[in-house]
Design a protein around this ligand. Structure first.
Ligand code: NAD
Length: 365
C-alpha cells in the first residue's frame, strides 16, 4: 500500500472475478479513496461479489455497459474520477471460440469507448476552456495470452515479446492493448498496462479450471481435462494480481507495460491431481464435510482422482504460457505474497465455506 493522494477510481468489470477482488483490496487498503464500479452484469458479473462493500459510503455501483460512452462520461464527471482501472471484458476462451462477437464488442469497442470518454473529460474539455488536462491515469488490465504460445524450452514472455494471439479472446485483448497504447502516443492520455498470467482465488466463476474442478468433485461429477492435460499455465493468486496493479498505478511509468506473474508453471493435469489430493485430505481431516457435501462420494472415500475424464482438446489450444515478471520485480519491487500451496488452500477453503455463492452460478452454466 502507498501513502498517495486521494483517488477516485472507476473500476470497470468490478463485479467480475478479478475486479471484485481488486475492489475489496483497494477499499481495505485505501479507505479514504472512492471506488465507482461500472459493470454490465453479464453471466460472469455477479453483484453478490460486492456484497461486503455495499454499505461502504465510498463505494458506488453503476449497472451499465462500457460501450455506453455517454454513461462513462457522466460517471467520470459526476464523481470526479481521476483513475480508471479497466477490467471489463469477455474473458472465457471457450466462449470466444463459440461466439466471438461479444468479445469484439466488449473488449475492443468497449475499451475504445472508455478511451474516448477519458480523453474527452480529462484532456479535451479542460483544454477547450484554456485549462490544463486534469490529473489522471488509465490503467488497462490485460493478459499474457496476447503473446501467444510457448514451446516447452522457450523463455517466458517479457514485455518485449512480439504479440501473437491465438484465440478470438486473446486477439480482442491484443487489439485493446494497442488502442490503449495509441491513445497515449497520439493524444497524451496517461496510461499504463499490466499483462498478467492465469489468476485463481475466491469469486472465480465456476466454469474456469480450478473452481470447476473443486465444485465438480463436491458433486461427484467428471473432471474434464482437455487433450492430454499437458498444457502449461502460470498461476497467480488473485490478490497478488491486485497488489501488482496497485504498484503499477502508483509507481509505474506512463505508457509502459508491466508483466505480473508468480513464476509458477503447472500442467493442467498436475493442478487437477493436486486439487483432488487437497480435497481428499480436507474430507479426511474434517468429518463434517461429508455431511455438508454428501454427494462428494469419491472425495469422502479419498479417491477424487477417479473423476478425471479426458475430453477432446479445445480448437487451437495454446500449449504453454509463462510470464517473466522481472521488470515489475526490479522496477516496482513487486513479488507475490502467496505461494501456490498457501493460495490454493485458501481457495479450496473459500469454496468449501461459500457453497451458496457458487451453487447459484452453476444453474447459469
Ligand atoms: N482470469 C484471469 O486469469 C485473467 C488473467 C489475466 C488477465 N485477465 C483480464 O482481467 C480482466 C478481468 O478478468 P476476470 O477473470 O475477472 O473476468 P470475468 O469474466 O470474471 O469478469 C468480467 C467482468 O466484466 C463485466 N463486463 C463484461 N463486458 C462488459 C461490458 N461491455 N460493460 C461492462 N461490464 C462488462 C462482466 O459483467 C464481469 O463482471 C479481463 O480484462 C481479463 O482479460 C484475466
Amino acid at each position: 500500500m502507498h501513502a498517495k493522494k486521494m483517488k477516485t477510481l472507476l473500476v470497470t468489470g468490478g463485479a467480475g472475478f478479478i475486479g471484485a477482488n481488486f475492489v475489496h483490496y483497494w477499499l481495505a487498503g485505501y479507505p479514504q479513496d472512492k471506488v465507482v464500479v461500472i459493470d454490465a452484469l453479464t453471466y460472469a458479473g455477479n453483484i453478490a461479489n460486492l456484497d461486503s462493500v455495499q454499505e461502504n459510503p465510498n463505494f458506488i455501483f453503476s449497472h451499465g455497459n462500457i460501450c455506453d460512452t455517454a454513461l462513462v462520461e457522466t460517471l467520470l464527471k459526476e464523481h470526479k474520477v481521476n483513475t480508471i482501472v479497466h477490467f471489463a471484458a469477455e474473458s472465457h476462451v471457450d466462449r470466444s471460440i463459440d461466439g466471438p462477437d461479444a468479445f469484439i464488442e466488449s473488449n475492443i469497442i468497449g475499451t475504445h469507448s472508455l478511451l474516448k470518454a477519458a480523453k474527452k473529460i480529462w484532456i479535451d474539455q479542460p483544454k477547450e476552456k484554456g485549462e490544463q488536462s486534469l490529473p489522471h491515469r488509465f490503467h488497462h488490465v490485460s493478459t499474457d495470452e496476447v503473446y501467444g504460445d510457448l514451446g516447452p524450452q522457450d523463455p517466458a514472455f517479457t514485455e518485449d515479446t512480439q504479440y501473437a494471439p491465438s484465440s478470438p479472446y486473446s486477439a480482442s485483448k491484443a487489439a485493446s492493448d494497442h488502442l490503449v497504447r495509441a491513445y497515449h502516443h497520439t493524444y497524451g492520455l496517461e496510461v499504463t498496462t499490466s499483462n498478467c498470467s492465469n489468476n485463481y482465488g475466491p469469486y472465480h466463476f465456476p466454469e474456469k479450471l480450478i473452481p470447476l474442478v473443486l465444485t465438480n468433485i463436491l458433486f461427484d461429477k467428471p473432471l474434464p481435462i482437455y487433450g492430454n492435460g499437458k498444457q502449461i499455465r502460470d498461476w497467480l493468486f488473485v490478490t497478488d494480481h491486485a497488489r501488482g496493479i496497485d504498484l503499477v498505478i502508483n509507481k509505474g511509468r506512463l505508457g509502459e507495460c508491466y508483466n505480473i506473474g508468480g513464476i509458477n508453471e503447472w500442467a493442467n493435469i498436475d493442478i487437477v491431481k493436486l486439487i483432488c489430493k487437497l480435497v481428499n485430505e480436507a474430507f479426511a481431516n474434517q468429518p463434517n464435510l461429508a455431511t455438508r457435501f454428501p454427494l462428494a462420494k469419491k472425495a469422502i472415500r479419498g479417491n477424487a482422482e477417479e473423476l478425471i475424464a479426458f475430453v477432446k482438446d479445445r480448437a487451437g489450444h495454446d500449449r504453454r504460457y509463462a510470464i517473466n515478471p522481472k521488470k515489475s520485480m526490479t522496477e516496482l519491487n513487486y513479488s507475490p505474497i502467496e505461494t501456490f500451496d498457501s493460495g490454493i488452500l485458501k481457495t479450496l477453503h473459500w469454496y468449501l465455506d461459500n457453497k451458496a455463492w457458487w451453487e447459484n452460478l452453476l444453474e447459469i452454466k
